[in-house]
Design a protein around this ligand. Sequence first.
Ligand code: G3I
Length: 356
Amino acid sequence: MCTIRYRLLCALHIVTLCCTSCYHLPRDFTTMNNTPLRTLAKRTGVQFGAAANPHLLVRDSRYAALLARECSVLTAENHMKFRFFQPHRGVFDFSQADVLVQFAEQHGQRVRGHTLVWHFRLPAWLESNTWTRAELLDVMQTHIATVMRHYRGRVCAWDVVNEAVADTGGLRSSLWLSVIGPDYIDLAFHYAHQADPAALLFYNDYDAEGLNAKSDEVYRLVRNMKARGVPIHGVGFQCHWKFDDYPPLNDVVSNIARLAALGLEVHITELDLRIDKPVTPEKLERQAQAYREIASACLRAPNCTTLITWGISDAHSWVPYFFENCTAALPFDKHYQPKPAFYALRDAFASLPPHP
Ligand code: G3I
């Protein structure tokens, strides 16, 4: 069922009595006297943003306008990964990420860097070689130092290490772990801090947002890093969830709180809520409710300071490529029109009093 608020919006636009078609019809929502999400979020002390694709920023003006309007922070969905930055050993390519960073600067947006050390999407030269510990440490340090110095003062936070905890417990098998050993994580953070002492340094992972064995593992990892004096400032909660199947929000709030007790920030780094086909108005309303709850959970926690969706529009999302039967995970539809999820985020951000 449609919510009363959404029906009122439909009525205001005198478009239709049918909610399904209404969802497609507010042709230009920018004329609706809406305050952008970035403004509403900022007054609560939270940055709102999205993962972006530099190619689209250049060639799709509607995509660029939407991101400029709604986001106070951008991250690169793909173009800051190892494979893009260093396709050949010692040869760095910043061209695409630079497009994104320049766009962000032109629009008064911050940038989150994603990601420096990950087991996935490594270049062939790195994966196919046989390395000693000393050699791979040199590769890791050179990569981190070169990238972070290039963006020093322009990228405010980095996912230094991504997805290092295994789904089954312990650390995930990876080139980094097998050649360097478990201290690759500490060392990556030390190298990152040396390269840009002002940048906020994050550990980022999925399925560790609520209270479960994996989030306990992540908690122990970052607690022990803090205890050893490793320069880590926060934990990223990816939040790639299904619209009707996600962790209890009270658990997410508790998890954020125990990280606060360690002195760590939390960024919601990759939120999207996929829907299994067929997409119906009822599912879109449930998705909106889920977006509202997740935003509210972040807003309730003083140490949850950023909320980023993994893309902005259903026209450009990893979801259909990776989940055969799922789609429509983002707050704007594939025609860049706002979905109930957008209005739910707006409500959540608007419902809190301004941050003192
Ligand atoms: O666009 C092409 C399409 O034309 C082609 O038909 C299709 C065939 O496979 O590939 C499409 O591109 C793929 C793209 O995802 C689609 O979104 C790329 O091959 C694929 O490499 C790319 O994967 C990215 C993935 O990370 C691996 O780097 C996703 O874009 C990106 O959303 C995803 O992001 C990760 C975060 O970095 C870490 N957390 C999980 C998150 C989702 O997996």
